[in-house]
Design a protein around this ligand. Structure first.
Ligand SMILES: NC(=O)c1ccc[n+]([C@@H]2O[C@H](COP(=O)([O-])OP(=O)(O)OC[C@H]3O[C@@H](n4cnc5c(N)ncnc54)[C@H](OP(=O)(O)O)[C@@H]3O)[C@@H](O)[C@H]2O)c1
Length: 296
């Protein structure tokens, strides 16, 4: 699954974008988890930052802390990627800014694994998930890619997920949006490779963030800092990557060694167990608070 780009085998990301002093890095979903770690790691390398996320307070806090730590210029735009009328505001905010690296990171998942028809508020859930996970990627690319192609330089990192490598039952919509992102990335890389733009599809397994609610990082569930530091060493070497050695091993096992039907079967089993546990805990909480709760 990992495509090599022999013409882009330099190790330092800075060499792949217009000089890192002038070019900025744009990160979506930059106030937490993996996105925040990309912002930190690239600020460390001297890039100016454009951070886009939902809450201005959180953006201000992260921007200030990165400015103080790394002495880089930061700008912010607060938008909700669940909406589709935000791109004029983003375009205006980007005027005059040279974007060298775009990290399409923003993403949302299910509150807990669930059967499609039982997802609470299904209509809005579908719209939100598709807008955040898919529309944002295409629209941000529409805004940033023209200048990269013109200058024959630039990097776009699309943070898909290992859930996009095969269907993950009970997280089906999330998994499908991540498969979309992976296909979008790989198709676009072939379209713009000759114009010197690197477009990478990044497919992490579990990382210890707010989204996964994993509090104790382990070797296979790293902190976002550890994951991102490893992932950045693959830019220009792999157009599709799990980004972190233990995840690459898991990717190899689940796509090359184990039949896909078994991966889907065990994914469903794991998610059914998680669903049951989540609903039981929720029912207990409801009962404790004196309210009733219907599981199905
Ligand atoms: N963590 C994992 O194990 C894992 C594995 C595979 C792939 N991924 C992918 O990696 C990406 C980042 O995940 P993460 O775990 O770092 O997530 P996270 O910790 O939940 O952080 C998500 C970030 O996106 C922002 N955000 C969420 N919804 C938004 C919206 N509607 N509009 C604007 N900003 C919004 C959040 O801001 P607020 O704080 O204001 O909500 C936050 O800054 C996602 O695309 C995810 O699918 C994660």
């Amino acid at each position: 699954m990992r495509g090599m780009h022999p013409e882009h085998t330099v190790k330092c990301l800075c060499r792949r974008v217009p000089n890192s002093k002038g070019a900025a890095v744009l990160v979506t979903g930059a106030t937490d988890g993996i996105g925040k770690s990309y912002a930190e790691e690239l600020a460390r390398r001297g890039f100016a930052l454009m951070l886009i996320s939902r809450s201005q307070d959180k953006l201000d806090f992260v921007a200030k802390s990165l400015e103080e730590q790394f002495n880089v210029e930061t700008r912010t735009i607060a938008v909700d990627f669940g909406k589709t009328d935000i791109y004029t505001k983003i375009e205006a905010g980007l005027a005059g800014l040279e974007i060298g690296v775009l990290v399409n990171n923003v993403g949302v998942s299910y509150p807990y694994p669930e059967y499609f028809l039982h997802i609470p508020d299904l209509d809005n859930f579908i719209t939100n998930l598709i807008n955040v996970n898919m529309t944002s990627v295409c629209q941000m690319t529409r805004l940033v890619l023209p200048r990269m192609a013109e200058r024959s330089k630039g990097v776009i990192l699309n943070i898909s997920s290992a859930s996009g490598m095969y269907p993950v039952p009970l997280l089906t919509v999330y998994s499908a949006t991540k498969a979309f992102m992976d296909f979008f990335s790989r198709g676009l890389q072939e379209e713009y490779r000759r114009q010197g733009v690197i477009i990478q599809s990044v497919l992490p397994f579990f990382v210890a963030t707010k989204m996964t609610r994993i509090r104790k990082p382990t070797l296979d569930k790293p902190t976002p800092e550890r994951y991102v530091a490893a992932e950045l060493t693959t830019v220009g070497l792999q157009s599709q990557t799990n980004g972190y050695f233990p995840h690459a091993v898991m990717g190899w096992l689940t796509t090359k060694l184990v039949p896909i039907s078994l991966v889907i079967f065990f994914g469903a089993r794991m998610n059914r167990l998680q669903r049951t546990g989540y609903l039981q805990r929720r029912k207990l909480r409801e009962q404790k608070n004196g309210g009733g709760f219907k599981t199905d």
